[in-house]
Design a protein around this ligand. Sequence first.
Ligand SMILES: Cc1ncc(COP(=O)(O)O)c(C=O)c1O
Length: 377
Amino acid sequence: MTDFQAFAVEQYLSETEHGVHYNFSESGVHPMTYAELFELANINRDSLFATLVDYPQVNGSQVLRERIAALYSQAQADNVMVTVGATEANTLVAATLLEPGDNVIRFSPTYEQLAGNAHNLGFEVRTVDMLSSEDWAIDGSGLAAAVDDRTRIIHIVNPNNPTGRVLSASDRELIITAARRVGAWIVADEVYCGTERNTDEPTPSFWGGYERVIAINSMSKAYGLPGLRLGWLVAPESLIPALWRRHEYASITATMMSMELATAALAPRARDAITARARGLIRRGFETLQEQLSFHPGVFSVVPPQASAMSFVKFDLPVSSDVFAARLLAEEDVLLIPGSRFGVEEHFRFSSALPDEHLRAGLARMNALTGRILKGT
Ligand SMILES: Cc1ncc(COP(=O)(O)O)c(C=O)c1O
């Protein structure tokens, strides 16, 4: 029996996040209220209130799957299955694709949802590095060496969590070439697509770039609607029934209300307004973060994230990432994620797509603790 591997990042979040005042540990843009969502998506309360509190269509309503398919080139509603967040999609994919003797490639640092599931199901997980010395580009020769004819899945989070790196065209090509060589699936978790900082052009999906792709996304990160618990996967039509059969065991379905609200939020006008809100928070938040990180010269540095609401900040202090995070929480009521949870020391993950005043106040507290650590107290 394989040793159970806990989900390090999510365990840390679920044990520490509630009740903290300055929460910089999340990875999506600041969630919106229902009131904001109703306004941005022009939702009519009366028609929403007429919704039955019933099971919806289990694989996702037709209209929602059509709206999702329209976000991809050459996808139809029948390529889409709606899930309970990207979380369920990642879990179903591991349970559906892997067969005895298979291995899975993951990149590090990354969000380990699919890899953790694969490990806990008893499959070998092989790690390929993303290189901090090269602004988190992938280690191409490491990838080529790790992939063999028992590699069933290459799992990529693009844009990446925690670094915010968007794969370069050449890194994408390396991944497609490695997958094609052995007929592996590319499972692309694209929840940060649409959160780009320097361009309004969304990160291209892997869907359409190679025959064996499953693209995963959700309303949680780029849309600021994590509480909807609504995600999806896009896969070749022939694979959908096998995924759907496992979905019936895992959750049966997302909820009727979450499907209604996601359908409204993905209508083109509403989606534009929601994306504009997210980009505003992401872009201003990172500027504030950068400004505040320079308060103690030489202590903090960061490869600017190309996308996402978070940064993977490097620090030069005589404490581990766990101690830094624990002291911040205990002494300053500030929460971030220590790099140890991603297997990388001297780093922390920091979410900055938040209201500016709150962000500044929390960063001032982080700088105060940093000052004390520098003085040896
Ligand atoms: C890369 C990635 N995938 C999936 C998830 C979970 O997404 P959801 O809320 O849609 O289940 C997260 C959450 O942090 C994430 O970072």
